[in-house]
Design a binder for this molecule. Structure first.
Ligand code: NAD
Ligand code: UFG
Length: 337
């Protein structure tokens, strides 16, 4: 039996592959390398000592996915593959709806045709509407403000409907908060193409000298220091959450949404300070205007994950900042040689 990992060469996927291999699972990866490099999986093999069957293919290619499922006796699927940049989704909505929805529809069709009934889906805290109180619980109101978010919202709805039609399926919708950090070896990590949109890759690229300074998007929010507050979660904790979700899918049927966060919110300036302290480096920054669409405070109530999955984030802010820096220092140009 093996687990099919779509998008497994990407940031969260590669860390999850590592955790699953270390736990003794067999995996097979399909990724079209649209936003990643095969080198991430080469590094995972270096760390774990285990080869990873890899297919450079599009998840929208149903026949290919069916062939892979049959060849590897796949029992469960973790579906990471998708486009994920909020700003880009506003400029290219059709590409986002097409890739993120068609990939899930075709993957589910391949699963129906091969009798695979366990699916873990990468959702996001972005499915919660802006009018909820924090901390966010899974029963919060849903609604989005950009095409990327709507693709997650619509995928969740599609999968809830699939679970009604196929009552023996197990579908886990994991709503991630803000994944950061890297494996402690510094061999794999986040490798954004171009100028990073997210805070922590920007912070680390500033510290390493690739960017002149960080722009803090607004210091007039209703938060303790005026800068935006988020629930940053170490990517290795997140990866371990997927292992727990795979195990949960063995013992339940239905469709269940679960937050993966720490339950603690940190501000932009908290993150800059922690990064400087953890690594003994300076991160020059300037205060700029708010970024359109940003919320003041987003953090999770993580209790359901602990109750249902028996999983809890274990790593702290210093671990996150130290591990990002180890990765960035050792790989100033990411996976590029
Ligand atoms: P990533 O871009 O590093 O990984 C996604 C992978 O999917 C890439 O390797 C890409 O090449 C691949 N891919 C995209 N479309 C594909 C297709 N049609 N067929 C085959 N492969 C395809 O992103 P990530 O940060 O690892 O995110 C993984 C998942 O988690 C995504 O679905 C993302 O939306 C979701 N998510 C990410 C975050 C975050 O902040 N990183 C937060 C919430 C949710
Ligand atoms: N920020 C800056 N300067 C930067 C980048 C970010 O000040 O250069 C601030 C933002 O304003 C925000 C915080 O840092 O207050 C975090 O911003 P990110 O862009 O890192 O993360 P977001 O919370 O905006 O969004 C992320 C992912 C989404 C996902 C969401 C889930 O990018 O895909 O988390 O909560 F949906």
């Amino acid at each position: 039996m093996s687990i099919l990992i779509t998008g497994g060469a990407g940031y969260i996927g590669s860390h999850t592959c590592l955790c699953l291999l270390n736990k003794g699972y067999d995996i097979v990866v399909v990724d079209n390398l649209d936003n990643s490099s095969k080198e991430s999986l080469v590094r995972v093999t270096e760390i774990t000592g285990r080869e990873i069957p890899f297919y450079e293919a599009d998840v929208c290619d149903t026949e290919k996915v069916i062939e892979i499922i049959k060849a590897h006796n796949v029992d469960s699927v973790i579906h990471f593959a998708g486009l994920k940049a909020v700003g880009e989704s506003v400029r290219m909505p059709l590409e986002y709806y097409e890739n993120n929805l068609v990939s899930t529809l075709h993957l589910a069709e391949a699963m129906v045709k091969t009798g695979v009934k366990k699916l873990i889906f990468s959702s996001s805290a972005t499915v919660y509407s802006a009018d909820n109180e924090v901390p966010l619980t899974e029963g919060g109101r849903l609604g989005c403000t950009n095409p990327y978010g709507w693709t997650k919202y619509m995928n969740e709805q599609i999968l809830r409907d699939v679970s009604v039609a196929h009552s023996d399926w197990s579908i886990v919708l994991l709503r991630y908060f803000n994944p950061v950090g890297a494996h402690e070896s510094g061999k794999i990590g986040e490798d954004p193409s171009g100028i990073p949109n997210n805070l922590m890759p920007y912070v680390s690229q500033t510290a390493v000298g690739r960017r002149e300074f960080l722009t803090v998007f607004g210091d007039d929010y209703d938060t303790p220091d005026g800068t935006g507050v988020r629930d940053y979660i170490h990517v290795m904790d997140l990866a371990e959450g997927h292992v727990a979700a795979v195990e949960y899918a063995q013992r339940f049927t239905g469709c269940d949404a679960i937050n993966l966060g720490t339950g603690v919110g940190y501000s932009v300036l908290d993150m800059v300070k922690a990064f400087e302290e953890a690594n003994g480096v300076k991160v020059p920054y300037k205060i700029g205007p708010r970024r359109p669409g940003d919320l003041a405070m987003v953090y999770s109530n993580p209790e359901k994950a602990e109750r249902v999955l028996g999983w809890k984030a274990r790593r702290n802010l210093i671990d996150m900042c130290r591990d990002i820096w180890t990765w960035q220092k050792n790989n100033p140009n990411g996976f590029k040689k």
